[in-house]
Design a protein around this ligand. Structure first.
Ligand code: GDG
Length: 474
């Protein structure tokens, strides 16, 4: 027996007194809490919102990377009534550079998004990635008890499932992949494609957002490993692995409440009056080359070139949240976006009207909601995106907006009533802006009401419940 299976030996006191069967262990790169005015509170974002209530009910662990040196290694949460423990693993700067910025963000990320021009490959990336996955696994096993469910998240932790399986063949392990799974021929560009897939196959259940990624994954397993596959079941090393589509949603009740609060409504009105044009079109993204911010600006520039009648009547407001600022290709993108905004405003500004309003900083969720509410249209045109949650937040918050959406996102499979575009087709996006601004009110209303229904049905709590149910029934 692994020492940690013995409750007496468990280091993590908060959960041992409330222990019951089927505890949950979440393993994710990020912790689910953040420090706000000297108090630990739930982190902003879908995963923490969806999984913290489940962990509070079932107890267990959340294992993540330490964000900084100040974050405690072990923490009972919530502070006032501990229900589960958060364990953080400390990484050196070199480990972070190779495992996180290197292997995860410069090897797996660009390949998954079909953007191999950003690919950086170093053997040390993979070696460190393997070692850090093992560090996560050691932390998991320090608190693991037989019967616990272990749920790993995303592309930072591809090898961990098999690393756990090799020590605990009986463990119940699931993995959810939040980004696209590309076509097999693209995934195999990674020199460690086979090892990475075998790592994932340590799971009992692997989840993706949509069927297309499920199919791509099954194809990769079939071709690269020669495994037998029947329907969505992979037969591998005497075990059966299920692969399923579970599209993620947002916390619709929360976004609905915030977007309809008096302060957000007031701020939305204020923004509209400051902008002062008939139409406000928005884009909200992490500044990442996959999100298509630069191509979108170029499409808006073509729109201004083509349709003079809209000069002075439309403002495009792009919010770009700083992201992965230590990676060269993200720094380069920032320079290109800065330049494009300067060029467009330089060419078209007349009187008090400037066509592009641009913010490069992190906003509060209330601020984002007031921007969603103020907008007549959202241009969400990633070159590739696993799902894209901004789409769903916008649809929940708006009472009149039109969604222009890239067909290369998971969201497009869920939200077909949006104005769909190919984000690589600049003229197509330019035309879609015009279509969105000129859509008759009745059609706008009809599309929006169907989209709202679809987003309500997804919801992040429904997603977590559905995935956990499948995990427990498997
Ligand atoms: C990955 C996959 C998949 C953005 N700026 C600010 C801010 N945000 C929030 C948005 C939204 C979230 O970040 C971004 O979610 P996305 O889904 O758009 O994209 P990724 O971060 O790339 O997420 C993606 C997702 O995982 C879930 O599976 O959908 O495809 O790539 O919630 O609102 N939030 C705040 N300030 C900002 O400035 N507070």
């Amino acid at each position: 027996m692994h020492p940690a299976q013995n409750e007496e030996c468990s280091t993590y006191g908060a959960t041992s007194s409330t222990a019951h069967r089927n505890r949950l262990i979440i393993v994710a790169n990020r912790a689910p809490v953040r420090l706000s005015q000297d108090k630990w509170v739930p982190a902003v974002g879908g995963l923490a919102t969806a999984l913290l209530p489940v962990l509070e009910k079932q107890s267990g662990l959340w294992v993540s990377m330490a964000e900084n040196d100040e974050a405690p290694e072990t923490q009972h949460f919530p502070e006032e009534k501990p229900a589960f423990d958060i364990l953080r693993i400390q990484l050196s700067e070199q480990e972070k550079a190779d495992y996180y910025s290197g292997m995860a963000n410069q090897a797996i990320w660009p390949v998954a998004h079909y953007m191999i021009q950003h690919l950086q490959l170093k053997r040390s990336y993979f070696e460190t990635y393997e070692a850090i996955n093992k560090k996560f696994v050691d932390a998991v096993l320090s608190g693991y008890r037989e019967g616990d469910y272990i749920w790993l998240q995303d592309y930072h932790l591809m090898l961990a499932p098999q690393q756990i399986r090799s020590i605990h063949p009986e463990a119940k392990i699931a993995h959810f992949w939040h980004i696209p799974w590309p076509a097999m021929e693209v995934f195999r560009i990674l020199p460690w494609a086979r090892e990475l897939i075998q790592g994932l196959l340590g799971s009992d259940l692997i989840g993706f957002h949509i069927e297309e990624y499920v199919e791509n994954f099954l194809d990769s397993v079939r071709v690269l490993l020669g495994a037998k596959i029947d329907g969505n079941i992979i037969f591998w090393q005497g075990r059966e692995i299920r692969v399923e589509a579970h599209p993620i949603g947002v916390d619709t009740a929360y976004f609905h409440k915030v977007a309809n609060s008096t302060t957000v409504k007031r701020d939305a009105d204020l923004l509209r009056s400051q902008v002062g044009t008939d139409f406000l079109v928005i884009g909200i993204d992490r500044l990442d080359y996959t999100k298509g911010v630069l191509s979108r600006l170029l499409a808006f520039e073509s729109f201004l070139q083509q349709y003079e009648e809209y000069h002075g009547r439309v403002t495009f407001y792009q919010v770009a949240t700083p992201s992965r600022t230590d990676v060269g290709s993200y720094q380069q993108l920032k320079r290109e976006v800065d330049e494009a905004v300067g060029r467009i405003n330089g060419a078209y500004t007349r009187g008090i009207w400037s066509p592009v309003r641009y913010a490069y900083r992190t906003f509060s969720q209330d601020e984002l909601c007031s921007i969603y509410r103020a907008a007549d249209a959202a241009l969400i045109t990633p070159l590739r995106d696993g799902m894209n949650l901004v789409t769903q937040e916008f649809i929940t918050a708006t009472d009149h907006g039109v969604l222009v959406l890239s067909e290369l996102t998971g969201a497009a499979h869920i939200l077909p009533e949006s104005v769909l575009v190919n984000p690589y087709d600049q003229e197509g996006v330019m035309n879609a802006i015009k279509i969105a601004l000129e859509l008759p009110d009745a059609e706008k209303k009809e599309r929006l009401s169907t989209l709202k229904e679809r987003v309500n049905r997804l919801d992040v709590h429904t997603w977590a419940d559905g995935f956990l149910k499948s995990m427990q029934e498997g």
